[in-house]
Design a protein around this ligand. Structure first.
Ligand code: PLP
Length: 227
C-alpha cells in the first residue's frame, strides 16, 4: 500500500506538471470506504493526510480508533439530514451538499457546536435521473440560498460523472463542472468563492487534473479493489 500511495502521488504530480499546474494545488483524498481501520492506519502512516468516507456510522468508528492521527476527514457520500449532527462533528469538508434541506440542517447542527462547516455543492452534471446532486440549472439558486446560512462556508463544487472505462469520455463532464464554476464565480455571490473542484477517481483523475480538479478522490488505486 505504501507503494501504491506513492505511485498515485507521483501520477498526480506528473499530470499536474504536464498541464502546467502546480502539484501543490491538488489534494489527494484517500477514499477509505469499506476499508478496515488497520489498513486505513497503514495508509496514514504511509502519508495519507485526507481520508474520504461515504457512510457516517462507518466513519465514526474509524475516527474514534484513529483519533490520535492528525488527519482530515472528508465526507463524500450521500448524506441524510438525520445524520447531519454527526457529520459536522466528524468532517472538515462535506463534498455532497445538494439540497437546501440538508444545508439548513448542517447549518443548524454546526451552530450548536460553534463551527463554520466547509462544504461543496454536489452537481448532477450529467443530469442522470438516478444520480445525486443538484441539477445544473438549479445550482445558482441553491448556492444563493446557502450563502445566507451563517455556519456554512461553500468552497466549491463536486461531481460524480457517469461511469466509462475510457477516461477521455469523462472529460466533457469535468470540463462542464469547471465551466459551471466559472459562470457562478462571475455572477459573484455573497460570501462564496468557489475555489475547489472535487472531481476525478481512480480511473480518470489525470483527466480531471487537466480539467482543473483541486481535490481528487481515489480509493481503488490506493487500497485495491473493494469487497
Ligand atoms: C468510492 C468513491 C470514490 C473512489 O472511487 P475509486 O474508483 O475507488 O477511486 C470517489 N468518490 C466517491 C463519491 C466515491 O463514492
Amino acid at each position: 500500500m505504501i507503494k501504491r500511495l506513492q505511485n498515485v502521488k507521483n501520477l498526480i504530480q506528473t499530470a499536474a506538471r504536464a498541464c502546467g499546474r502546480d502539484p501543490e494545488t491538488i489534494r489527494l483524498v484517500a477514499v477509505s470506504k469499506t476499508v478496515p481501520t488497520n489498513r486505513v492506519r497503514q495508509a496514514i502512516r504511509a502519508g495519507a493526510t485526507i481520508l474520504g468516507e461515504n457512510y457516517v456510522q462507518e466513519a465514526r468508528t474509524k475516527f474514534n480508533d484513529l483519533a490520535t492521527y492528525p488527519v482530515s476527514w472528508h465526507f463524500i457520500g450521500h448524506l441524510q439530514s438525520n445524520k447531519a449532527k454527526y457529520a459536522v462533528r466528524l468532517f472538515d469538508l462535506i463534498h455532497s451538499v445538494d439540497t437546501l434541506k440538508l444545508a439548513r440542517e448542517l447549518d443548524k447542527q454546526s451552530r450548536k457546536i460553534n463551527k463554520i462547516q466547509e462544504v461543496l455543492i454536489q452537481v448532477n452534471i450529467s443530469e442522470e435521473a438516478s444520480k445525486s446532486g443538484v441539477n445544473v440549472k438549479d445550482t445558482h439558486n441553491l448556492l444563493k440560498d446557502i450563502s445566507h446560512l451563517e455556519n456554512l462556508s461553500v468552497k466549491g463544487l463536486m461531481t460524480m460523472p457517469p461511469y466509462f472505462n475510457a477516461p477521455e469520455k469523462v472529460r466533457p463532464y469535468f470540463a462542464a463542472l469547471r465551466g459551471l464554476r466559472d459562470r457562478l464565480e462571475q455572477q459573484g455571490l455573497l460570501n462564496v468563492s468557489l475555489t475547489e473542484l472535487s472531481m476525478g477517481m481512480t480511473g480518470d483523475f489525470e483527466v480531471a487534473i487537466q480539467e482543473g480538479a483541486t481535490l481528487v478522490r481515489i480509493g481503488t488505486a490506493i487500497f485495491g479493489k473493494r469487497e
